[in-house]
Design a protein around this ligand. Structure first.
Ligand code: SAM
Length: 316
């Protein structure tokens, strides 16, 4: 079924890719109750970007609450909502948006699972405070029985050759052969001018950031929705892993760019920064515990994982 994927404008559960050209509330109204497994987005931050009209903070929060309420209605009982935000800046004073959005989510009965720190190295240089080099992803679930697949998003161990030095397992390798939990601090480059994924959108997600959420919080064929779609990154991450993707966008040039990028993804020609490309290289860092035990045997699961990940290091 996935070889026939095409982009449509109207939502239907039988479709695979929906790019709705209009307001996200109008798209949400057409989506059945409890049908989406992951809703991931970066909403306007109300800081006067070209696509937003700066509102009073109370009005901004009311608008966000209306969208979040609809998202919760459409969310599967096993589903997750990830809201990626930074700071609202008022006359030089910062207000971390996650702190003021948090009560909206919990007031709708959601439970917070993580507040992920997305750290990046590039951005505006401030002169009256330290330059902002992280934003957050606040992750909520509708119930305690939620989809969470850790294995597909494990990352290589920093010290794969480390062994227990005491206790009943002394001398055995202590790390999980499938890799380690990536933790809640994610170091992923943001999409600035020299990034391979850069379009004319001022604040697009890197695809790899959303891939990690899609792989861990959904299964194949599940629906992923981004109410503030921009240039289509969330749909790209979803369809790359055989999920269904939908989103709304109001700016015509971003809608066109989203469609172009999705077509390129379907054709296998979209260039992205690979998900497993390391920022930290233990060899360059002069580490001594760099030889993974599974590199020494031919038929172990561990060897497979490392091989698969190496293949993905190349930019497409
Ligand atoms: C922070 S950007 C999201 C960028 C996106 N994550 C990406 O990777 O391209 C927010 C987007 O929401 C769009 N937007 C603003 N209000 C909207 C609304 N009511 N409905 C749908 N899209 C909206 C803006 O035009 C903007 O492109």
């Amino acid at each position: 079924m996935f070889d026939k994927r095409k982009i449509v404008e109207k939502f239907a559960l039988s479709e695979h890719i929906v790019v709705y050209p209009g307001d996200c509330l109008d798209l949400l109204k057409t989506i059945p109750n409890e049908s989406l497994k992951l809703i991931v987005t970066s909403p306007p931050y109300n800081i006067g970007k070209e696509y937003e009209r700066r509102l009073k903070l109370e009005s901004y929060l009311e608008q966000q609450a209306a969208v979040i309420r609809e998202c919760v209605r459409c969310l599967s009982p096993k589903g997750s909502i990830c809201w990626q935000v930074g700071n609202y800046v008022d006359n030089g004073a910062i207000i971390p948006l996650d702190t003021i959005l948090y009560p909206i989510f919990t007031g709708l009965g959601l439970k917070m699972r993580n507040r992920i720190i997305w750290h990046f190295e590039h951005g505006l240089h401030c002169s009256r405070r330290f330059s902002g080099r992280y934003e957050t992803i606040i992750w909520f679930t509708k119930s305690d029985d939620y989809t969470f697949n850790l294995d597909p998003v494990r990352v290589p161990q920093k010290y794969p050759g480390k062994k227990y030095f005491k206790g009943p397992n002394v001398g055995k390798y202590s790390s999980n052969p499938l890799g380690k939990n990536p933790g809640d601090l994610w170091v992923i480059p943001n999409v600035k001018s020299n990034h391979v994924e850069k379009t004319e959108h001022p604040c697009q997600f890197p695809v790899e950031l959303i891939e990690r959420l899609v792989l861990s919080m959904t299964n194949e064929e599940d629906w992923v929705l981004d109410p503030f779609l921009g240039v289509g990154t969330s749909i790209i991450a979803a369809i790359r892993h055989n999920r269904r993707g939908a989103g709304a966008e109001i700016v015509p040039k971003y809608i066109e760019l989203a469609k172009e990028r999705i077509q390129q993804e379907l054709a296998g020609t979209l260039r992205t920064r690979p998900m497993y490309k390391p920022i930290y290289d233990p060899v360059e860092a002069g580490n001594t515990l760099i030889e993974a035990p599974w590199n020494k045997t031919k038929d172990s699961k561990q060897l497979l994982l490392i091989k698969e990940k190496k293949v993905k290091y190349h930019t497409r």
